[in-house]
Ligand binder design. Structure first.
Ligand SMILES: [Zn+2]
Length: 234
């Protein structure tokens, strides 16, 4: 995975600016790996999350800066977590691609599945729709019970441990301990957007001072841009 150039940063940010967060993550992945193309939407979520973390490390470094509110006292907790700490070990042998629960067989959920259930009216409905999309075998005449939904969810989480990335947290104010889910997809875009905005501000400042074009400014190294900005007092 190569580093992201200044003009690529702006191109990618512009393409994804109006997209749903889920699509932005896929856009970043297919931008980084052109050979993957649209197939990234059909990757199991763990494979997608692993690739997103690797992409973050390659483009923006291996530390994720995040915050969470303590569920007991509402204290705002800022923390850093390393990409490596969020990576579950790769499964030995072939990755399990399906699970069997109560005579039903489910494949691992993908980003495409998540997009299809995103407009469900509640958690229960979303869970059932997701399982229906992922059901690839079993008897047709059965009903969705809480038990089968829960068991299927647990089996799928075990088969694809990186489908959800969780981090253990402790509140410094009240010592409450809990674990929170991190949306790895949102981190890439937050960094990309911050870098794009910074670059556009630099282009604007240097164009105002020297009349340079966007490509003139983007072709300069970061050190030169910083020095010119210092000289024009921006
Ligand atoms: Zn607390």
């Amino acid at each position: 995975m190569h580093a992201l150039s200044n003009s690529e940063t702006l191109t990618l940010w512009e393409r994804g600016e109006r997209c749903h967060p889920l699509d932005r993550a896929l856009l970043a992945l297919s931008f980084a790996d052109r050979s993957a193309g649209e197939s990234v939407a059909d990757w199991p979520l763990g494979q997608r999350n692993r690739a997103l973390l690797e992409l973050h490390a390659s483009w923006f470094g291996s530390q994720l800066e995040a915050w969470a509110a303590c569920p007991r006292c509402a204290e705002r907790l800022e923390f850093e977590v390393s990409v490596l700490d969020l990576m579950a070990p790769l499964p030995e042998g072939n990755q399990q691609t399906s699970v069997a629960v109560e005579e039903q067989i489910f494949r691992l959920p993908t980003s495409r599945d998540l997009a299809l259930v995103a407009k469900s009216s509640g958690e229960q409905e979303a869970a059932i729709r997701l399982l229906e999309l992922c059901r690839i075998g079993g008897v047709d005449s059965f009903g969705w019970t809480d038990e089968i939904i829960e068991k299927a969810g647990e089996s799928l989480a075990t088969a694809d441990p990186m489908a959800e990335t969780r981090v253990a947290l402790a509140c410094p104010a009240c010592e409450h301990e809990w674990s929170d889910s991190l949306d790895v997809a949102s981190f890439i875009w937050a960094q990309l957007e911050a870098r794009a905005r910074r670059l556009l501000w630099e282009v604007h400042s240097l164009a105002s001072a020297y009349g340079w074009t966007e490509s003139d400014t983007l072709a300069l190294s970061a050190a030169r841009r910083a020095l010119y900005l210092e000289m024009v007092g921006a």
